[in-house]
Design a protein around this ligand. Sequence first.
Ligand code: PGA
Length: 251
Amino acid sequence: MRRYILAGNWKMHLDAQASADLVKALIPSVKDSTDVDVVVGPVFTSIPAVVEAAQGTNIAVAAQNCYWEDSGAFTGEIAVPMLKAAGCAYCIVGHSERRQFFGETDEKINKKAQALYKHGLTPIVCCGELLEEREAGKTTQVVETQLRGCLKDLPADKVRTTVLAYEPVWAIGTGKVATPAQAQEVHATIRALLVELYGQDVADAVRIQYGGSVKADNVKELMGQTDIDGALVGGAALKPDSFAAIVNFQK
Ligand code: PGA
């Protein structure tokens, strides 16, 4: 049985004060959902305030990016040990916005995932096809290539704890959610790839989130699919009520 993981990706929203306020508002409404993992991903400068506000609760903190070297002359980057010291347990890597606007490649994502494992953080590795790729019938090919590249050389015992997020790019921030059947089809393909690469046992353990216009009113049906084990939520994670409703989808 895989444990659901509901994560909010706050993107470049909310300063430290607003981030702490959001967490404080969230705590009472998600505190009883102890059978799922709850994660929030603020901007770097909000991490300390969010970690402090979430202390002693069931809310864990994710960074939205990292660099793979431990320290050095890399102006503007943030190292994994720094994220760990700040209290992050997870880090999102390879989000489509980073691929699209910041030159993130599968090779870079792989280095980031390796660095995260080295320091005991859990990567949330994102993948997903563009609309034109889906329309050209290339979804499977695109997602498989991304994941083979992102997970390259990672040992099976590390992959077992990785969180994957399938986010069709055409569904992100557009209100155009993939149907549960469309999402399940790709999730099943991803699971089959994991079986091929690491065996059934590891594949059964890996949690695969769906992301792209997840809302309180569509989350339940998506989570009901066999291979969907959580959600990576953008817009609907910025309000305590809507994110709480997503976290509490089983209630
Ligand atoms: P959205 O974003 O929920 O606003 O579509 C999802 C994401 O980018 O992770």
